[in-house]
Design a protein around this ligand. Structure first.
Ligand SMILES: [Zn+2]
Ligand SMILES: [Zn+2]
Length: 261
């Protein structure tokens, strides 16, 4: 019934508990999950999850925060995107949150990496899983300059303002909400989420991070995505069932995954 559109089950702290996590997912009626790739080095493990389990899919990409890892070329990403059950490019995007002593100008490598992902997405026709933090303006600018709206995608773990949400929607992208939606200090985000049309919403855990209330601070896993659905349903005055069904259909539509029923 529920779909987790963004999780990191290849990370050792989750992978070592995979049988227990899969059992918890079945118990919580979380039928499907998209396993997100963050480095080329990690791809084989992410892909193995999708190959070994009918209800998992995978992405191919290098996270903007990862430094000192192999830098992808457009051809690298096109080749990985052609593998079975790879449904998107990412996660990719821009993250200026941890600049440290650097300036935005110093992050040209990050912008170039994002452009490479967008070019690969356009070449393959597959959508983008976008991570943006403290960098919304540049993220939107690069999306426009590279024509990313042609393939679309999702702004995952959305925490931006109403104006950014509008800009994302205008470009035809989806917004994915995580456990942050349940956090006490996220009142502004809840207002934004209440306004985003349900047909453009996805839900995710971003596990092992960002466990929703009442598990906040603990290790997250895909079986907790119903808490995000419940909060989104509450904000929109809809049933959890309605939100679960709509976000599942959006997931199938965006990633070209056949309907479960
Ligand atoms: Zn991310
Ligand atoms: Zn992620």
């Amino acid at each position: 019934m529920f779909v987790d559109s963004h999780c990191h089950l290849s990370f050792p702290e989750l992978r070592e508990h995979l049988p227990a996590i899969r059992a918890a997912m079945a118990e919580a009626r979380v039928d499907r999950a998209l396993c997100i790739c963050t480095t080329l080095e990690e791809f084989d493990e992410v892909h193995a999850l999708a190959r070994e389990h009918d209800n998992f899919w995978a992405t191919a990409g290098v996270h903007p925060d990862n430094e000192g890892v192999r830098e992808p070329t457009v051809d690298d990403l096109i080749a990985l995107a052609a593998r079975p059950k790879v449904v998107a490019l990412g996660e990719t995007g821009l993250d200026y949150y941890r600049l440290g002593t650097r300036t935005v100008a110093d992050m040209a490598w990050q912008r170039e990496r994002f452009r490479v992902h967008i070019r690969a997405a356009r070449a393959t026709g597959k959508p983008l899983v976008i991570h943006t933090r403290s960098a919304a303006e540049d993220t939107l600018r690069l999306i426009d300059e590279e024509g990313a709206a042609e393939v679309g995608g999702v702004f995952h773990c959305f925490t931006e303002t109403r104006d950014v949400a509008r800009a994302v929607l205008e470009r035809g992208f989806y917004l994915s909400f995580s456990g942050i939606l349940t956090f006490k200090n996220a009142a502004e985000l809840r207002e934004v989420a209440a306004e985003v049309p349900l047909e453009r919403c996805l839900i995710e855990t971003d596990s092992p991070y960002l466990a929703p209330v009442p598990h906040r601070g603990k290790q997250n896993n895909p079986s907790y995505v119903p808490y995000v659905a419940a909060e989104l349903a509450r904000l929109k005055g809809l049933s959890v069932e309605t939100v679960a069904q709509a976000t599942r259909r959006n997931f199938e539509r965006l990633f070209g995954i056949p309907a479960a029923d």
